[in-house]
Design a protein around this ligand. Structure first.
Ligand code: T46
Length: 137
């Protein structure tokens, strides 16, 4: 499975912290239409458990530690988001599960489309059927 990550540009000011930035279309391989974030999550919680038909997203964790399990129907890979300067590109037809490894870790997401409930596949067997015959990475 090909895992695409993006390292953000970071500017550190001595003793004053770091500013990290990515730009839509320049650093992220799509135009961004929606930003959301998931917060106030206790450690041990699992979210996700779905794929998208069209949606492409960039996930990053500005604070804490979140494990992302990606499953393309043939293989599964875990990616640990514990570095605020790393973004993970999650393409369509990729089953994802998110595991909160640390209290109050924040998951930020930049998405290429507005929210559409119909774009979700929330049943794993339906996901496996949907990817049959598709030429996906
Ligand atoms: C994803 C992972 C990484 C909205 O009303 N608008 C929105 O833009 C979103 C993203 C969600 N919602 C509603 C839909 C549900 O009633 O918020 C509720 C929680 O959504 P969900 O259970 O899908 O949350 P997660 O954390 O399982 O998944 C979310 C995204 O939905 C999903 O696209 O890839 O984060």
């Amino acid at each position: 499975m090909i895992i695409q990550t993006i390292r953000m540009k970071s500017v550190t000011a001595e003793g004053m912290g770091t500013l990290s930035v990515f730009e839509a279309e320049h650093d992220v391989p799509f135009a961004i239409k929606r930003i959301y974030y998931i917060h106030d999550v206790p450690a041990g919680v699992q979210r996700g458990g779905h794929a998208h038909k069209k949606l492409r997203q960039l996930l990053w964790c500005p604070y804490g530690k979140i494990r992302i399990r990606l499953d393309n129907g043939r293989e599964k890979t875990d990616v640990m988001l514990d570095d605020p300067t790393i973004g993970l590109v999650v393409e369509h037809y990729m089953w994802r599960e998110m595991f909160w490894e640390q209290d109050n870790s924040v998951l930020c997401v930049a998405a290429d489309s507005f929210y559409e409930a119909e774009d979700y596949i929330r049943d794993y067997d339906e996901f496996l059927n949907a990817i049959k015959g598709k030429d996906l990475d």
